[in-house]
Design a protein around this ligand. Structure first.
Ligand SMILES: Nc1nc2c(ncn2[C@@H]2O[C@H](COP(=O)(O)OP(=O)(O)OP(=O)(O)O)[C@@H](O)[C@H]2O)c(=O)[nH]1
Ligand SMILES: [Mg+2]
Length: 219
């Protein structure tokens, strides 16, 4: 995360973590985004992996280093190292398994323990292709996201719905946070708290960040 004060060649590197219960599709979301690959029989992740993806925002090269770890406790690497330096997080559940949605509170607690509240967060309901066995409604996902001040999107790593969009939105949000910081470091804190009002307030005003338009299953 640096910029060249001499102008030109500005470059940003953002660390984004993916968290959520085992088998919600974290590794496949990452492989779909980074390599356009999907594996129907992927194995549980052991330890930590990451992939770097570049995109251009405002004519600047922005690299996202996206980290993926095991949802299973016994396979997880040292937790604090995983979260260290993260500026964005995708918190994932599986719309066909309610227990994974019930776990979101625990994942948010862990995120809050290890990262400060300025981390850009998105609640992701993955496997929205499994409409016929849906166990968590779009509305439930949206309201949890609103209550917690998170972006929200339903995705499918299998058919690619919203995968690119989810990552791009979180990366754009991180970029917005950082460029505000660079442009106006004195007022950074206050601007950030205005922007993220649903995090610092009780989430009852109009500046919710839920992106209902992107819910794939509201078609
Ligand atoms: N139908 C459907 N299946 C999916 C989707 N994403 C992942 N899967 C399947 O769900 C299973 C688990 O996916 P993974 O990506 O390995 O899950 P994970 O969250 O990385 O699991 P851990 O590494 O154990 O934490 C695999 O069989 C995938 O093929 C999806 O969008 N739709
Ligand atoms: Mg995995």
């Amino acid at each position: 995360m640096s910029d060249d004060e001499g102008g030109g060649g500005e470059e940003y590197l953002f660390k984004v973590v993916i968290i959520g219960d085992s088998a919600v599709g974290k590794s496949n979301l990452l492989s779909r985004y980074a390599r356009n690959e999907f594996n129907m029989h992927s194995k549980a992740t052991i330890g930590v992996e990451f992939q770097t993806q570049s995109m251009e925002i405002d004519g600047k090269e922005v690299k996202a280093q996206i980290w993926d770890t095991a949802g299973q406790e016994r396979f997880r690497a040292v937790t604090s190292a995983y979260y260290r330096g993260a500026v964005g997080a995708l918190v994932v559940y599986d719309i066909s398994r309610r227990t994974t949605f019930d776990s979101i509170a625990r994942w948010l607690d862990e995120l809050n323990t290890h990262c400060d509240t300025t981390v850009a967060r998105m609640l992701v309901g993955n496997k929205c292709d499994l409409e016929n066995i849906r166990a968590v409604s779009v509305e439930e996902g949206k309201s949890l996201a609103e209550a917690e001040g998170l972006f929200f999107m339903e995705t499918s790593a299998l058919d690619s719905t919203n995968v690119k969009k989810a990552f791009e939105i979180i990366i754009q949000e991180i970029y917005n946070n950082v460029s505000r910081k660079v442009l106006s470091s004195d007022s950074y804190k206050s601007e950030l708290s205005v922007n993220r009002v649903s995090l610092v307030g009780n989430g009852t005003d109009g500046s919710k960040k839920t992106l209902s338009n992107y819910s794939c299953c509201s078609r």
